[in-house]
Write a protein that binds this ligand. Structure first.
Ligand code: ADP
Length: 518
């Protein structure tokens, strides 16, 4: 698999973060991963200048890695001689490792050491949705300022209506957004509505809850919050063209159980998981975001490759914590993109072993969801997406009980997609979207977005062709912002091909006939 510079940067960033946090074990894993990726990239680069630059990066990363290894060894020595003060005087001033010792006492070392367990957590500080029930969960709900400099993880959940029985239109009025924007809305509402002010004063409308955890878990929870919890997906059903059947199925499978939890009990219990199957770029991610937006749930946006590569070594823990967080912030939607990559073999034995463990943990957690979902209002829903459903093994497929197909757009859908994509640009009066939609047969939503982007740039490209940069800068904006014409689309269509083949479509159809449940 080709390595991208972004992936490498992400890994180096994590390696450095882990080092700063004193989590050297994980830092080593990330450094090692980064170095492997860099070597792979270097072998694939033909250009000698670029190769040389990456070799320099390799040297830097490698020396950082060595530094971490030295620190880890030092730490182990310190742990053996716990009572021995590190003799600062004998260290060189410009030695970064020695200076690290200057700013951290052995006790601090121990606190940052992943191998040193934090003091046991008092029972009432642990989150435990199932055993403590809603009341004790409230005790975990704290105002942000209540604990300055707190190490607990914070997630702003999109606000939900108090009454789960409220209908869809009522929900729509209270469209969720990030907690910050919610707070703004809340305060402006409060100005107009004294009753609301009173409520806020009573602290009835808690916006921010804190997920309490300690030690290593805290770091992982912070990472989860930073990378995975999406505060405001802000995609609505109306932003998604076509896919009426998929929207209806998702409403029935995910949205309604969140709105009417008391109805969806017993035999009507919500599905453990819903799998969206279909060619790439057909709107699966958008649908998941719309579900979270329309339900006002906390949205956990996870990509399987993130779980199996970025957090290598911590992956199972990450999965467990993800579900614990989801239960804590319930109702929640966990969206797992590219779920197939959890099952497929990825080269080395250890990688395979790691992804196997992640998958087992995922299965256990998904089974746990069923019990938890019996508690009204605390629903956690797993939504997964894949472009390769045939790679998903049986155990996981069984847990993803509802399997729905997200097809390529129909002709009406393509026209709607054109309208959505072109809503911000001027159109020539002669443009005929129906004709263009017909020509886009077989294109995915993402393909159509690309065609529109290209077409909307054609006139600008023609205008700047042959001009120097300083001349381009002087061009008045209105000369560049010309209406998009049919000719622009024809040119764009010549340049952009569809990305999904007939054979792929046949494969989806075959798989859906065998395993689909829509
Ligand atoms: P998938 O998850 O199926 O690979 P995405 O949801 O990430 O696809 O869609 C990729 C892009 O394609 C979106 O950002 C959007 O621009 C466009 N797109 C795809 N399908 C639709 C749709 N039905 N309505 C609106 N935009 C769409």
């Amino acid at each position: 698999m080709a390595v991208t510079a972004n992936e490498i940067c992400d890994n180096i960033k994590l390696a450095r973060e882990m080092s700063v946090l004193g989590n050297y074990e994980s830092a080593e894993v990330y450094y090692e991963g980064s170095l492997q990726m860099i070597s792979r990239l270097i072998t694939a680069i033909p250009d000698p200048t670029r190769k040389n630059k990456w070799q320099q990066v390799q040297k830097i990363v490698s020396s950082e890695y060595d530094g971490v290894k030295i620190l880890k060894t030092m730490l182990q020595t310190l742990r053996v001689e716990t009572s021995v003060e590190v003799p600062l005087g004998i260290r060189k001033r410009d030695d970064p490792i020695a200076n690290f010792g200057n700013i951290m006492s052995p006790t601090q070392f121990a606190q940052n050491d992943p191998d040193v367990w934090p003091p046991p957590t008092p029972v009432d500080h642990r989150f435990n949705v199932r055993s403590n029930g809603p009341k004790s969960r409230q005790s975990n709900v704290k105002k942000p300022e209540a604990k300055k400099g707190s190490t607990s993880s914070r997630v702003s959940t999109a606000r939900r209506s108090e009454d789960p029985k409220l209908g869809r239109s009522a929900k729509k009025e209270e469209r969720p957004s990030s907690a910050r924007s919610e707070r703004v809305t809340e305060s402006s509402k409060a100005e107009k509505d004294p009753e609301n002010t009173e409520k806020s004063e009573k602290g009835e409308s808690e916006e921010e809850k804190k997920f309490e955890c300690h030690g290593m878990e805290r770091e992982l929870a912070d990472t989860l919050e930073r990378d995975i919890v999406q505060k405001n997906p802000n995609i609505h059903w109306d932003d998604i063209a076509d896919l009426h059947e998929a929207k209806r199925l998702l409403e029935e499978a995910v949205v309604l159980p969140m709105w009417m939890p008391e109805f969806f009990t017993g035999i009507r219990r919500p599905w453990k998981g819903v799998l969206m199957v279909g060619p790439p770029g057909t709107g699966k991610t958008m649908l998941a975001k719309a579900v979270a937006t329309e339900c006002g749930t906390t949205f956990f946006n996870v990509s399987s490759s993130t779980l199996t590569s970025k957090y290598r070594g911590e992956s199972e823990k990450m999965v467990r914590l993800l579900f614990e967080m989801a239960r804590f912030y319930a109702p929640s939607t966990i969206f797992i993109d590219e779920i197939d990559s959890l099952c497929s073999r990825r080269g080395s034995e250890s990688e395979h072993e790691a992804s196997r463990r992640v998958k087992s943990e995922l299965l256990v957690q998904m089974d746990g969801i069923t019990a938890n979902n019996d508690e009204p209002g605390k629903v956690v829903m797993v939504l997964a997406a894949t472009n390769f459903p045939w790679d998903i093994d049986e155990a996981l497929r069984r847990r993803l009980e509802k399997r729905i197909y997200i097809p390529l757009p129909t002709r009406e859908g393509r026209e709607a997609l054109l309208k959505i994509n072109l809503r911000e640009v001027k159109l020539d009066p002669d443009i005929n979207l129906m004709t263009i939609a017909r020509k886009l047969d077989g294109f995915s939503g993402a393909d159509i977005t690309n065609v529109c982007r290209d077409a909307s740039m054609m006139s600008m490209r023609r205008k700047i062709c042959g001009l120097r940069p300083d001349q381009i800068k002087q061009l008045p904006k209105e000369e560049l912002d010309l209406p998009v014409t049919m000719r622009d689309f024809e040119e764009a269509l010549v340049k952009n091909n569809k990305s999904v083949s007939k054979e792929d479509l046949d494969k989806y159809e075959k798989w859906m006939n065998e395993f689909g449940s829509s």
